[in-house]
Design a protein around this ligand. Structure first.
Ligand SMILES: *[C@@H]1O[C@H](CO)[C@@H](O)[C@H](O)[C@H]1NC(C)=O
Ligand SMILES: *[C@@H]1O[C@H](CO)[C@@H](O)[C@H](O)[C@H]1NC(C)=O
Ligand SMILES: *[C@@H]1O[C@H](CO)[C@@H](O)[C@H](O)[C@H]1NC(C)=O
Ligand SMILES: *[C@@H]1O[C@H](CO)[C@@H](O)[C@H](O)[C@H]1NC(C)=O
Ligand SMILES: *[C@@H]1O[C@H](CO)[C@@H](O)[C@H](O)[C@H]1NC(C)=O
Ligand SMILES: *[C@@H]1O[C@H](CO)[C@@H](O)[C@H](O)[C@H]1NC(C)=O
Length: 391
């Protein structure tokens, strides 16, 4: 009897301790958990039930609030170009300039020389796209200036530009919180120097773009007789709540954006807009307050004010690398996080031998099964959604 009692007692102690530990863990993470869950619930409610974002027009419109000073936009100065190539889009035989299918605008930083070089050698190779795919593509890299080692880095950049002629640099510090300035540069540059481009793609310098697939996709769009209008495609964030944790890189304080939810936007890593949308966004950047420094979100605000909404493409990756597999290469458009393996991926993903394997009925069946196995695992959060396996 005594023994039995002791055993029960022991059991209870263990149970009690376990319960205590679980409680402690929950208590510690509760604040975080609570905040996360609640902010998403508020955000989705807002996005799907209220869903008009009418306040954007009036709250961000600066022309209606006060007169703009000459030579300035958004009450801020426009930064002068340090390096520029106004003739980039009309370059070559003089005729091809009218027929630019795609302008690639790659957001880079002064010190990322290696990444730019890898892109020039692979998916950003204009002559490859022209000779192999018969499409006219222009690529530029957008940069600010290096804060600490300005003069040394600047000399290297000038040299790099002399060789390749593809840098666009404006006189602002190249920092995370100045990305919106880069976004404004992008639309200003297109408006000023390449308004004839059918499409504009904005890309980070650590993404991989499957150029043959992208060009094929854009051509399909153009074959629509009614034309391409109001087109904005990428990996869409719907009803995303502003991050209010101070330690986060994406922290946005209430006085900058007091509402519980952002308008829909695409991940800034890589998205494509049609020429008319590029022009509309440019108009919006001229009249909207650009103090919100998350560039993707500012793009969403501009688009909403112009009545443009983004559409999802399952093979645009927001975060994360696509699985390395021929059945993925057959469909992929972008993949994120390729700072070092762009060259090998380009080789593998554009190899015609590998590429053909996914064709035919059996090939299709096999590839669907393989993709489902790779993308539909529970808790798999990288790159493409499970839906991508079946398209
Ligand atoms: C901003 O306000 C001006 C002047 O009231 C108006 O003409 C313009 O259409 C507004 N822009 C947007 C995007 O709401
Ligand atoms: C833009 O918004 C910020 C924050 O809401 C505000 O401090 C600033 O004065 C605004 N700028 C203009 C030109 O309206
Ligand atoms: C770009 O593509 C062309 C045509 O395919 C090729 O001849 C050239 O070597 C490529 N350039 C680089 C830097 O890889
Ligand atoms: C953005 O660039 C400007 C001009 O160089 C600079 O004054 C400002 O401090 C930069 N902002 C941030 C947040 O880095
Ligand atoms: C062609 O464009 C129209 C209008 O933009 C759209 O409704 C239609 O779905 C498109 N057709 C195809 C085949 O994409
Ligand atoms: C204002 O917002 C609505 C919807 O949010 C949008 O359709 C409209 O085009 C916006 N712009 C102007 C100038 O009213």
């Amino acid at each position: 009897m005594f023994m039995n009692f002791r055993r029960i007692h022991k059991c209870q102690v263990v149970q009690l301790l376990t319960a205590c530990m679980v409680l402690c863990v929950v208590m510690v993470s509760w604040e975080e958990l609570d905040h996360h869950v609640v902010s998403h619930m508020r955000s989705y409610t807002y996005r799907y039930l209220v869903n008009s974002y009418d306040f954007l027009n009036s709250s961000f419109n600066i022309t209606s609030n006060r007169h703009r000073k000459d030579g300035s936009t958004n009450g801020l100065v426009t930064y002068p170009y340090l390096i520029n190539h106004p003739g980039k889009c009309a370059w070559g035989d003089g005729k091809s300039g009218d027929d630019v299918l795609l302008l690639l605008f790659v957001k880079s930083s002064p010190e990322n020389f290696e990444r730019r070089q890898a892109i020039r050698d692979t998916w950003g190779n204009e002559s490859f796209v022209f000779s192999e795919l018969g499409a006219t593509v222009r690529m530029v890299f957008a940069l600010g200036v290096d804060a600490k080692r300005r003069s040394r880095v600047q000399r290297a950049l000038l040299q790099e530009d002399q060789t390749y002629g593809d840098l666009i640099q404006q006189d602002f510090l190249d920092t995370f919180h100045n990305l919106t300035a880069k976004l404004i540069t992008q639309f200003h540059w297109v408006h000023e120097y390449c308004p004839q481009a059918r499409f504009l793609m904005s890309a980070d310098d650590d993404i991989f773009v499957h150029m043959p697939n992208l060009v094929k996709y854009l051509r399909q769009l153009l074959s629509n007789k009614s034309g391409v209008k109001d087109f904005w495609v990428g990996h869409v964030h719907r009803g995303a709540p502003p991050v209010r944790r101070k330690e986060s890189k994406y922290h946005v304080p209430y006085d900058l954006y007091p509402w519980p939810s952002y308008p829909d936007y695409t991940a800034g890593a890589g998205y494509v807009v049609s020429g008319d949308v590029a022009s509309k966004i440019y108009q919006a950047t001229q009249v909207l307050n650009s103090s919100i420094y998350i560039d993707d979100v500012f793009m969403g605000i501009c688009a909403k004010a112009m009545g443009v909404s983004p559409q999802e493409h399952v093979y645009f990756s927001g975060e994360g690398k696509a699985p390395y597999h021929p059945c993925i290469y057959d469909h992929m458009i972008t993949s994120h996080g390729h700072a070092t393996d762009v060259r090998s991926l380009w080789q593998a993903a554009t190899d015609p031998a590998v590429y053909g394997k996914a064709r035919g009925f059996m090939g299709n069946l096999y590839c669907t099964a393989v993709r489902a196995m790779m993308l539909c695992r529970p808790y798999y959060q990288n790159s493409y959604s499970c839906m991508a396996a079946f398209t």
